[in-house]
Write a protein that binds this ligand. Structure first.
Ligand code: TXA
Ligand code: MG
Length: 327
């Protein structure tokens, strides 16, 4: 066992033995962060069903915005409890899982994955990795595990435990060392949530392989030059049906209030407080759920109190600005 202490926080770096996997799974179940190897790249994992655990991922990566995360599960049965599988999804899952393929599918009505992990979308990205250590961890954790690549925002994806430690020491509770990743590039992302299959990100499984199972794929921005740099650019973002008014310090007639902090104005049709104590991790954890809850017909607007721009506040404000911008 090795410990790296940075910023006063301890990161355990452990060889992937059965004891480590048990402890890693236990950490995940109590909402902590565990980096683990998959056959593509190392993932920064947390309980996907916990808003607070997911908020910690964004905090650790220092992401300037809430990109939706992939929910990792051990097998197709667990995946089917999260999303609606049509025959196309069933066919590619049967052919390529476990493996380096992520499917974007409609969330089931009873999908337990945090709305924050899905960035408020009606879809969920699911992957069943093949790596034996990832498999063992997912089975022991027995919850879907949200995991982006285990690097700080803007850095390249890590393919060894040492890369993870370089980028995230002091920001992750445990790094499970499983050696180098075999594939080395991220999973292919296939969006099957609409009528046309769309390849959002090329990766470990090729478009040709997928086409052989479900026919031609639409590639966004067809020619290579027009292709957007980030699959995030293609996301349909959740936008509330009622107008969103930012920077609110008072409440207007018929408005619902998304509050922050202790000093909350009176008179709203309904008030939900992102964090009465002004904790930005708690605020991030509540953001998408509260926006949806306040988005009810008949309201004149959702008034949103100012949120400080520091730490996770930058991502919260990014999301709120989009919600306030008419499509
Ligand atoms: O190989 C991989 O996929 C690695 C390992 C750890 O599994 N993970 C990974 O995660 O690369 P990340 O967060 O770096 O990239 C996930 C991508 C993001 O670009 C995100 O926009 C997209 O998946 N994504 C996630 N959920 C989505 C959704 N509901 N709709 C569209 N795109 C989604
Ligand atoms: Mg990444």
């Amino acid at each position: 066992m090795r410990e790296v202490v940075l910023n006063g926080l301890e990161t355990l770096v452990e060889p992937a033995d059965p004891d480590t996997l048990e402890r890693g799974a236990a950490l995940i179940r109590v909402g902590r962060l565990v980096a683990f190897p998959t056959e593509t790249v190392y993932g920064l994992g947390a309980d996907a069903t916990s808003d607070v655990a997911v908020a910690r991922i964004y905090e650790a990566k220092g992401r300037p915005r809430f990109n939706p995360l992939i929910a990792h599960v051990a097998d197709v049965g667990a995946a089917r409890r999260l999303a609606v599988f049509d025959p196309r999804a069933g066919a590619v899952a049967a052919r390529f899982w476990p493996g380096p393929l992520t499917l974007v599918l409609p969330r089931r009505a009873d999908c337990p994955v945090s709305l924050l992990a899905c960035a408020g979308l009606d879809t969920v990205a699911i992957r069943v990795p093949a790596h034996p250590i990832a498999q063992a961890l997912l089975q022991a954790a027995a919850v879907p595990v949200a995991a982006p690549s285990a690097n700080p925002s803007g850095a390249v994806s890590p393919t060894t435990a040492a890369h993870v430690v370089q980028g995230l020491a002091g920001r992750v509770d445990m790094v499970i060392d499983g050696g180098a990743c075999a594939v080395g590039v991220e999973s292919t992302i296939l969006d099957l949530s609409g009528p046309e299959p769309v390849l959002l990100r090329p990766g470990g499984v090729t478009a040709e392989d997928i086409s052989a199972v479900i026919g031609p794929l639409a590639v966004p921005g067809a020619d290579a030059h027009a292709r957007p740099k980030s699959p995030g650019l293609l996301l349909r973002h959740y936008a509330p049906g009622v107008p969103v008014r930012l920077g609110a310090t008072a409440v207007g007639p018929g408005e619902a209030l998304l509050a922050f902090g202790a000093d909350v104005p009176e008179g709203a049709a309904e008030t939900l407080n992102l964090s009465p104590s002004g904790d930005l991790t708690e605020a991030a954890a509540n953001l998408f759920r509260y926006l949806r809850a306040l988005d009810r017909p008949g309201r004149s607007a959702i008034a949103v109190m100012p949120v400080p721009e520091r730490g996770l506040g930058a991502a919260i404000n990014d999301r709120l600005r989009r919600a306030a911008t008419p499509p």
